[in-house]
Design a protein around this ligand. Structure first.
Ligand code: IDC
Length: 502
């Protein structure tokens, strides 16, 4: 493919725009290692030596091993200088546990750190070294850890990571570039689809599950195709009727997923404004309903790893949502986005689902309920061996990020479908699991062969203009609806084609 052949040029292009990436509020550093099987979370093989980086070749399956980002979570005036809280999030997406790591960040001379947690800090000239200690130092495979510190700088800064060392070895890293600058591949637009006469909801009514298949009110197989919002608290401006109408009429989509984080900053269970978040859901549900589109209310667990952690809140939330939308045939419930960490199917997720489902069913007897699966919604094979019984209209999620998740997750999907498990791809993108990095369009095509040959429903992450590859809108575009071709990111163009074309 052109993209593969020109990978080096693209990488050079990516490097050329680091100056632009430096303007981002979040500095991300991807530690790269040589590893053939790019699934960060389920492989059991030992990691190859991440220090010996070989030149890129076409067949080289380089993947991100660690994703480290630094971001500020509040700043204040400090006698003419700028005080701020900085958080460093380290995600170990490699197949081996990490026992020590540190990063270097460039800071203005004269910067001073007042206090820190999970790390120690040292400023030498313009280099700030942040070394993880105590609970911050050991990061098991698949785990994410956040450390932080308060620092005063003579002027406001946008921190970015210049070096990452893991277990004594320097990682060859690349800061993430914004989508539009990194994009060099020409994606020819598919023709805009002929609009259906009548809305999706008018034509297809209340959906049901039959075997592995989503079917419409008349029993005919039906595929939901659409987009997920980013976190509602972070990109509320995309929850509007015109945006959804663009997805319906220009893209040919019929579903919107409303992603409400539970435990990230501003999350429903982590200090977010509950009433405001529910008002956004209501705006989204009503906009979708007026347009005759389907809409998923997503309890977006992620940082909180195990759905049991916020189960009490989830029980109240879904009782309230299902009572409010009991008569809406177009509302679907997704009860736990991506269980991860120690959350097992038998021990946590299944019992959680078996508690939440009856709460929804009390109000809404037949809505589709989508259940997350272990390991960031990848292990549908485990679920297929022990699905929830005695319930109708239940589906299970598989999520993929094409540059990270490949054959072995597709094999899990095939296995699960063969065993009769109904699967919904409620979130995916074309880049790596961080939501950033280069797209792998080859792998994305393989995924879509599987999706379309099995008529699986899907929502693409994310309807936002965040400066990350998975955002569907160019980061320089502030329009919140009615996007032109040129205002879509590479991901946005490719996804629109998919939705338009099938
Ligand atoms: C990412 C967003 C990113 C945000 C981060 C917060 O793209 O902007 O800072 O969450 O933790 C998922 C999650 C989804 C992630 C996405 C990309 O469901 O919330 O969004 N991803 O990392 N699973 C696999 C990938």
């Amino acid at each position: 493919m052109w993209f593969k052949e020109h990978k080096k040029q693209i990488l050079i292009g990516v490097i050329a725009v680091l100056a632009i990436a430096a303007a981002l509020a979040v500095g991300i550093f991807i530690g790269r290692g040589k590893q053939e099987t790019p699934n960060p979370t389920t492989d059991t093989e030992a990691v190859t030596d991440t220090a010996t980086e070989e030149p890129d070749t076409e067949s080289d399956a380089d993947v991100s091993q660690y994703n480290v980002e630094i971001f500020t979570s509040g700043s204040w005036d400090s006698n003419g200088s700028v005080g701020a809280t900085y958080n460093v999030r380290f995600s170990n997406t490699s197949d081996a546990d990490v026992s020590a790591w540190y990063i270097e960040v460039e800071v203005p001379e004269g910067s001073t750190v007042a206090d820190s947690w999970g790390c120690t800090t040292e400023v030498k000239g313009k280099t700030l070294t942040i070394t993880a200690v105590d609970w911050g130092a050991a990061v098991a495979k698949g785990q994410t850890i956040e450390v932080g510190f308060n620092m005063t700088t003579p002027t406001a800064i946008t921190p970015s990571i210049s070096a990452l060392y893991v277990d004594g070895k320097k990682q060859d890293g690349s800061a993430a570039a914004t989508t539009e600058e990194a994009s060099t591949e020409e994606i020819e637009p598919e023709e805009r689809p002929e609009p259906e006469s009548g809305t999706p909801l008018e034509n297809h009514g209340a959906l049901q599950v039959e075997g592995t298949q989503l079917v419409d009110a008349s029993g005919a197989p039906y595929q939901l195709k659409g987009v997920s919002t980013h976190g509602l608290a972070w990109f509320p401006e995309y929850v509007n009727k015109d945006a959804f109408q663009t997805i319906r009429d220009d893209w040919g989509g019929n579903v919107i997923r409303l992603a409400m984080y539970t435990d990230e900053s501003g999350g429903y269970c982590s200090g977010g404004d509950k009433e405001q978040l529910k008002a956004l859901i209501d705006t989204g549900v009503n906009a979708a309903t007026e347009l005759g589109m389907y809409v998923i209310i997503d309890w977006h667990i992620l940082h909180d790893t195990d759905p049991k952690i916020n189960q009490g809140e989830a029980e109240k939330f879904f009782a309230e949502m299902s009572a409010k939308y009991a008569n809406y045939d177009n509302v679907l419930y997704e009860i736990c986005n991506e269980p991860n960490g120690g959350a097992t199917w038998d021990g946590s997720i299944k019992p959680y689902a078996e508690t939440i489902i009856p709460i929804i069913r009390k109000n809404d007897k037949d809505a589709i309920i989508i259940v997350g699966t272990p390991t960031w919604s990848q292990d549908v094979d485990i679920v297929a061996d022990n699905p929830i019984t005695g319930q109708e209209n239940i589906m299970y999620t598989v999520h993929f990020y094409a540059a990270t998740h490949t054959d072995n997750i597709r094999n899990k999907v095939t296995y699960a479908l063969d065993k009769g498990l109904p699967i919904f791809v409620s979130e995916f993108s074309l880049c790596d699991a961080s939501g950033n990095g280069a797209n792998d369009l080859n792998q994305a095509e393989k995924w879509f062969d599987l999706i379309n040959s099995n008529n699986l429903s899907y929502c693409s992450w994310s309807l936002s203009n965040k400066a990350e590859t998975s955002a569907l809108i160019q980061s320089g575009c502030s329009k919140t609806s009615g996007w032109e071709e040129s205002e879509l990111s590479e991901t946005g163009k490719w996804i629109r084609n998919q939705i338009r074309g099938n």
